[in-house]
Design a protein around this ligand. Structure first.
Ligand code: PGA
Length: 249
């Protein structure tokens, strides 16, 4: 049995006040048993989120990391720094990092390795653009992004990742993949994971992301190969985010 994971991705949004609101609300909320919850907040808020959320068992994660351990990289954040402030997860290869900040498959792999090296759980994001979907290339693109990382890792390293399938055309657009569209890609990812090892396919969590909200989370999470959500816009409203967590229970 895979433990569902609902991860909020605040992107470059939020404030210290919002961190505190979430801390209060999540400490009081009855999160469903057997569901893991995490919040990926902007780097300046990580330490506050870790201490504010300590009472609620909600984990905290970074949104990116540099692949180098330290050095003259102005503005960057290392995996060791994320660990130092109490983060457990880190997003790697989010489509905004790939398209806006030029992170290619090699850069994504280097960051996954850096995260694993310091004991963070990388949430590896995969997804096709609208153009790629319309050209019938969805599986080729997504499985290619997967292979670019997984082919280079050891069996033990592979077992320590979480995958997030996020069709780029559904991110922040209000246009969600239908449960059937999402399930088809999730199943293809799982079949590909089984080529590495059946136990890997059985154990690894594959989250869906792209305009997930309280109103559509239930039907997405009911799909057999969808093991949770990576939630952007809807993770900035505490009631909406809590409702999504409830539908994973
Ligand atoms: P969205 O973002 O839920 O706002 O579409 C998801 C993501 O980019 O992780």
């Amino acid at each position: 049995m895979r433990t569902p994971l609902i991860a909020g991705n605040w992107k470059m949004n939020g404030s210290l006040a919002l961190v505190e609101d979430f801390g209060r609300a999540l400490a009081e909320a009855r999160l469903p048993r057997g569901v893991e919850v995490a919040l990926m907040v902007p780097a300046p808020y990580l330490a506050a989120a870790v201490s504010t959320l300590a009472a609620s068992e909600v984990a905290v994660g970074g949104q990116t990391l540099n692949d180098q351990p330290s050095g003259a990289f102005t503005g960057e954040v290392s995996g060791a720094m994320l660990v130092d402030v109490g983060a457990r997860f880190v997003l790697v290869g989010h489509s905004e990092r790939r398209t806006l900040f030029g992170e290619d498959d090699a850069a994504v792999l280097a960051r996954v390795r850096a995260a694993l090296g310091v004991g963070l759980i990388p949430v590896l994001c995969l997804g096709e653009s609208l153009e790629e979907r319309e050209a019938g290339r969805t599986e080729a693109v997504v499985l290619g992004q997967l292979a670019a990382v997984f082919d280079a890792l050891s069996p033990d390293e592979r077992s320590r990742l979480v995958i997030a399938y996020e069709p780029v055309w559904a991110i922040g657009t209000g246009r969600t993949a239908t449960p059937e569209q999402a399930q088809a890609v999730h199943a293809a990812i799982r079949t590909r994971l089984a080529d590495y090892a059946p136990a890997l396919a059985e154990g690894l969590r594959v989250l869906y992301g792209g305009s997930m909200k309280a109103a559509n989370a239930g039907e997405l999470l009911a799909q057999p190969d969808i093991d949770g959500g990576l939630v952007g816009g809807a993770s900035l409203k505490v009631d909406e985010f809590l409702a999504i967590c409830q539908s994973a229970g």
